[in-house]
Write a protein that binds this ligand. Structure first.
Ligand code: G6P
Length: 368
């Protein structure tokens, strides 16, 4: 595996652009295309059908992948999920059922808090399933079963391709859980697998929006604060968007559930605060539209990342719109990772920041 920047200015740019390929490779590892089924690379030492709940823990971007996965496990497999950041989970002394399952997500497989949470779960008699990118890592070695992400080495400190590969593996796991629990039938599994197969192509299409994102990033770079909003799986994507932006541009950014707007952040809205709304056309889209109208009514400047049924159809006046390809809403988070990463990347580059080595941050946090 070649670890250089190729034709890119930064590792982060290269890693963003690699996503159609590495997500495709990860998918090929988990999906039997011809059969239209998910096929896990390893047998599971537990039965999804017998679980009463799933605990998920991780840090940073991996934690946001877990938050997205909560919606998938609950909706597709009807499996209740509890999720916490590992730095809390390790000390919470949460009661965990013997023979239950803890899922940990980590790019490096070495994050101290994530490892400690996993060891705590083990000490409670839980099975541990890790979704990791470094197969030789401590977390991979110590977990009962490893589901690898095949993103290849990730060099940029801010995680990009590891995140989209984590989402890919997590959706495959949720589908496998749904089949085991009898909450989806073969036709529904095929529908979900067919949607997954379109993802690498959709990500490639999303990458063609880079030019317009570069232009809107100039606007974002002038802001002191940026708000990200989303509902459903787009809510954790809003959190991830805000994290990416603050990590590499040092602009203060917050991600909020769109429905929480009224409970605080609406007080901050004026023309100086760009509001980036992540809103694919899904079951909660109309609800997000009314939140956008509330922002617009207060002079807020909306940047909409949506699809063809987005802003224009609702007569919304936006500062910029990134029109994403139409897609199956279940896979939207994987594809929408691309524009979210590009907004942060181009904002930071425009501001002259060191995007691959942001100040005070480490790629792998192996101490508490
Ligand atoms: C650090 C990195 C993040 C990463 C987090 C968790 O904060 O800068 O990009 O998401 O650690 O790391 P892990 O290796 O466990 O995914």
């Amino acid at each position: 595996y070649r670890v250089d920047k190729g034709n890119h200015r930064h590792f982060m740019a290269k890693e963003i652009h690699e996503q159609p390929e590495v997500v495709g490779r990860t998918l090929a590892h988990y999906v039997d295309l011809a059969a239209g089924r998910v096929v896990l690379p390893e047998p599971l030492p537990f039965d999804f059908a017998r679980l009463s709940r799933l605990s998920i823990t991780a840090c940073g971007t991996a934690y946001y992948a877990g938050l997205v996965a909560r919606y998938w496990f609950e909706q597709i497999a009807r499996l209740p999920v509890e999720i916490d950041v590992a730095s809390e989970a390790r000390y919470r002394e949460a009661p965990l059922e013997r023979d239950g399952l803890t899922l940990v997500i980590s790019q490096s497989g070495e994050t101290a808090d994530t490892l400690a949470s996993m060891r705590y779960a083990k000490s409670q008699g839980q099975h541990t399933l890790s979704v990791v990118n470094v197969p030789t890592s401590t977390i991979a070695r110590e977990s009962s079963v490893v589901m690898p992400t095949l993103a290849g080495p990730e060099i940029g400190v801010a995680s990009t391709k590891a995140f989209s590969c984590q989402l890919t593996v997590l959706l495959c796991l949720a589908i496998a859980a749904g089949r085991a629990r009898g909450t989806i039938d073969a036709a529904e599994e095929r529908r979900l697998v067919d949607a997954l197969i379109t993802v690498p192509g959709l990500m490639a299409e999303a990458l063609t929006r880079e030019g317009e994102i570069e232009i809107l990033a100039r606007e974002v770079s002038k802001a002191r604060d940026v708000l990200y909003l989303g509902r459903g799986t787009s809510y954790p994507m809003a959190l991830e968007g805000a994290l990416k932006l603050k990590e590499i541009s040092y602009i203060h950014a917050e991600g909020y559930a769109a429905g929480e707007l009224k409970h605080g952040p609406i007080a901050l809205i004026d023309e100086s605060v760009p509001v980036i709304v992540i809103a694919p056309h899904d079951a909660v889209f109309e609800k997000t539209v009314s939140n956008m109208q509330e922002v617009a009514a207060r002079g807020g400047r909306i940047v909409l990342i949506g699809d063809s049924k987005g802003a224009a159809e609702h007569g919304l006046d936006t500062l910029a719109t990134v029109t994403m390809p139409d897609l199956d809403a279940t896979v939207a988070p994987i594809v929408y990772a691309v524009p979210i990463q590009l907004v942060a990347y181009h904002t930071a580059v425009f501001m002259g920041k060191d995007v691959d080595q942001p100040r005070n941050l480490a790629k792998s946090v192996t101490v508490e």
